[in-house]
Design a protein around this ligand. Structure first.
Ligand SMILES: Nc1ncnc2c1ncn2[C@@H]1O[C@H](COP(=O)(O)OP(=O)(O)O)[C@@H](O)[C@H]1O
Ligand SMILES: [Mg+2]
Length: 390
């Protein structure tokens, strides 16, 4: 565990970049430092590997004052990734990634073998090994930066706005990749960003900093979204935090209706039964159970159902793994106001109305409220809030 204990950084010109910051950064999880530009994120990160020395306070790594370790040993235990990757332009991709192993005296072949292994791990095609950084896209370069930081298998990864310079689509890919790698490797990651959406997506715990290097709130993302500590945090989270918070509520508990779901080859009897269910529309599926579209019951005649006469069903949600946010989104985008639930293979498992989703949302909020009341006189949240697929 990394423990930042009442640390202040005053630069020689008098700027207080970080002001009595205390944070406990747990092992094997992603701790995000987020806040507006100039609030002291980079300074904090650099104090962890002593690229910047604190003016006051201590940083403990597994209980030992970081000043008691030789700075080289300390830095070798911490991979460092920056924006624009910071690659050596005159070295090939493979040699960039092999930099630290080479420095550690691993030998050329072993270092390169390790570099190849890491290229695969971060999703880089092996054919890029002999290229130079300028021959790669921004997103690819960023992957090289991550691979290089992981090369000597350090327990800690420090990442300073690593994905801020790439476009949103590439960025999403890099974020997903980081979460996947983290699932496999279980590093202790300290991740700096100014983007609250990135913080909420990646963080197990999120530290919101305000200008002047003061900690505004330190909490798991779900808790930030439901209980911002003050107006600054609430403002920083943005106007749609209510909707975003729904990403943390699973859709699994939604009660799905199956009666209004009919196959394209349904009998007249089955259609009549479905029509008797008190819903304005029926969902028609193909013979295999995959959704085709919506129809009013009276427009369906057994043996004569054609897909081109149906209303589009929009984008379904996966009932077992998606969140209430996905379910609500499906209902909002559906021409009937009903959302279609499917299983992992894309077969319809039922339909659910906006109204039922709204009731589930109210139920989830009520549970959070009750938890908050209970937590108020006990310990703060332990970070176990589970993220569901957004
Ligand atoms: N070497 C330095 N000398 C003086 N002031 C600095 C130095 N580095 C950063 N600062 C100041 O410290 C504050 C925090 O900077 P920084 O940690 O880079 O913020 P962030 O990464 O959150 O944008 C800013 O006001 C910045 O101008
Ligand atoms: Mg910075």
């Amino acid at each position: 565990m990394i423990r930042i204990d009442s640390v202040t950084k005053r630069y020689p010109d008098g700027t207080v970049a970080v002001d009595r910051l205390s944070l406990e950064i747990p092992d094997r999880s992603i701790t995000v430092l987020v806040g507006p530009s100039g609030c002291g994120k980079t300074t904090t990160l650099r104090m962890i590997n002593r690229m910047v020395e604190p003016s006051e306070g201590t940083i403990l790594i597994d209980g030992v004052d970081s000043r008691q370790q030789p700075v080289n040993t300390l830095r070798r235990s911490m991979g460092y990734v920056i924006q624009n990757a910071g690659l050596f332009q005159h070295r090939t991709i493979l040699d960039n990634i092999a930099t630290v192993p080479r420095m550690l005296g691993w030998g050329k072949e072993k270092s390169r073998a390790r570099a190849r292994e890491l290229m695969e791990r971060v999703g880089l095609d092996g054919t890029l090994a002999k290229r130079y950084p300028y021959q790669l896209s921004g997103g690819q370069q960023q992957r090289v930066g991550v691979a290089r930081a992981l090369a000597a298998d350090p327990p800690v990864l420090l990442m300073d706005e690593p994905f801020s310079a790439v476009d949103p689509v590439v960025r999403k890919g890099l974020q997903d990749e980081l979460l996947r790698i983290q699932d496999e490797l279980g590093k202790t990651i300290v991740f700096v960003t100014h983007d609250i959406d990135e913080a909420v997506k990646l963080g197990t715990t999120v530290a919101v900093l305000r200008t002047g290097g003061k900690l505004a709130q330190f909490a798991p993302p779900a808790e930030l979204l439901s209980r911002p500590a003050d107006d600054f945090v609430e403002d920083f989270l943005g106007a749609d935090r209510g909707i975003r918070r729904l990403s943390f509520f699973p859709a699994a508990g939604l009660e799905l209706l199956t009666t209004p779901v009919v196959a394209v080859d349904a009998t007249a009897e089955r259609i009549a039964e479905a029509g008797a269910a008190d819903t304005p529309y029926l969902l028609v599926t193909d013979a295999d159970g995959r959704p085709l579209g919506w129809s009013e019951p009276r427009d369906l005649t057994a043996g004569a159902i054609t897909a081109d006469r149906l209303l589009p069903y929009g984008r379904p949600f996966v009932a077992g793994t998606d969140s209430l946010r996905s379910a609500l989104d499906c209902a909002v985008l559906s021409p009937t106001g009903w959302a279609v639930a499917v299983d992992a293979s894309g077969r319809a498992t039922g339909v659910v109305s906006q109204q039922v989703i709204a009731e589930a949302i109210r139920g989830a909020h009520a549970r959070i409220g009750a938890d908050a009341a209970r937590d108020a006189d006990t310990e703060p949240d332990d970070g176990k809030a589970r993220k569901v697929a957004p």
